[in-house]
Write a protein that binds this ligand. Structure first.
Ligand SMILES: C[S@@+](CC[C@H](N)C(=O)[O-])C[C@H]1O[C@@H](n2cnc3c(N)ncnc32)[C@H](O)[C@@H]1O
Length: 305
């Protein structure tokens, strides 16, 4: 990623000063056994995918080094958290893994490692030409073509660092490609920058997500984006459901970092986590004692009873 890319993408992390960068890398390398113990703990993984501790440790280091080989906007611990959830879904629960917004394929390579273990297919959706023209209502309009990586480059990265045989790459803008997605989905990862792109992804993919399937997103820093996952209007209008909520809204799920929120992002104080929701979760306020007709509404699987 060039400096110009970093400057023109409001969601991109700040570059790290070299010394602290190396120090943090060294710390992560040293504490990998602890990271793996907590993030890939056997109680978190489905019985179908219990791996030996050494295999998990090897996986942890591979995921970590992959993020050093291929630039990715998300941290390796966020990748391990997603891998944990993919390994927590038993074989009986069918569904593919979908990634929207892959840039150079750093996250794709790591998600493909989880798909190799679980035998799931990985669908990778991207324009492979960078961001589209922003919608006029987008809160943080970027520049068309920024974050472009060619499909052959992404395939080469996944071939080298992941498991390309499980991958289907679908090129084009989400509004054109996602309506044709047919397969049931067990896990979704969205890193798409624009409100318009996020909307295209949710509208087209949420109906295909299996019950208790996971939806992870990197769009969790700006609370206006998080509001989508709590918007009663949005979920009522498009799905006739209550909103699912978002674990990690604003700061990401806790992965051992020190991010205390904007406006200051430092080397050791920046959002480098991930947020997620689950089909069937609710993020809905139903306590209105002064409105007896609304008080104590029951909610089951995202629907009001
Ligand atoms: C921030 S980058 C993804 C970074 C990647 N997840 C990583 O960890 O390196 C955003 C990606 O979304 C893609 N993108 C955004 N909106 C899109 C749209 N409407 N259609 C297709 N691709 C889109 C861009 O091409 C870009 O590759």
């Amino acid at each position: 990623m060039s400096n110009n890319d970093l400057k023109s993408n409001p969601l991109a992390p700040h570059a790290k000063p070299p010394f602290l960068h190396h120090l943090i890398n060294f710390k992560n390398f040293l504490i990998m056994p602890i990271i793996v113990y907590f993030l890939l703990n056997k109680r978190r993984l489905h019985a179908d995918f219990q791996l030996s501790y050494w295999r998990k440790l090897r996986l942890g280091y591979k995921v970590y080094f992959n993020t050093k080989k291929v630039y990715t906007g998300t941290d390796f611990k966020a990748h391990l958290a997603m891998i944990q959830k993919i390994l927590s879904i038993g074989k009986k629960r069918k569904g593919v893994v979908v990634e929207c917004g892959c840039f150079r394929g750093g996250t794709t390579a790591n998600l493909s490692l989880a798909c190799e273990i679980t035998g799931r297919e990985l669908y990778v959706y991207d324009s492979f030409e960078g961001l589209p023209e922003a919608h006029e209502d987008d809160l943080f309009p970027g520049t068309k073509g920024v974050l472009a990586a060619e499909i052959d480059q992404v395939k080469a990265h996944v071939t080298r660092y992941g498991y390309v045989d499980c991958c289907t790459f679908v090129k084009g803008y989400f509004e054109d490609t996602l309506p044709h997605h047919k397969e049931k989905i067990a896990f979704i990862f969205l890193d798409v920058d624009y409100q318009s792109s996020l909307t295209d992804c949710i509208l087209n993919l949420w109906p295909k997500l299996i019950n208790r399937g996971f939806l992870f997103t990197d769009e969790y820093v700006f609370t206006d984006y998080c509001a989508l996952f709590y918007s009663e209007k949005f979920w009522k209008k498009y799905f006739n459901e209550v909103p699912p909520g978002l674990l990690g809204a604003g700061s990401g799920i806790p992965l051992g970092t020190y991010y205390t929120g904007p406006p200051y992002w430092g080397v050791h104080n920046r959002p480098e986590s991930i947020a997620f929701t689950r089909k069937g979760w609710t993020g809905y306020w139903n306590f209105y004692p002064d409105e007896p007709e609304n008080a104590g509404e029951n909610i089951k699987h995202g629907k009001k009873n």
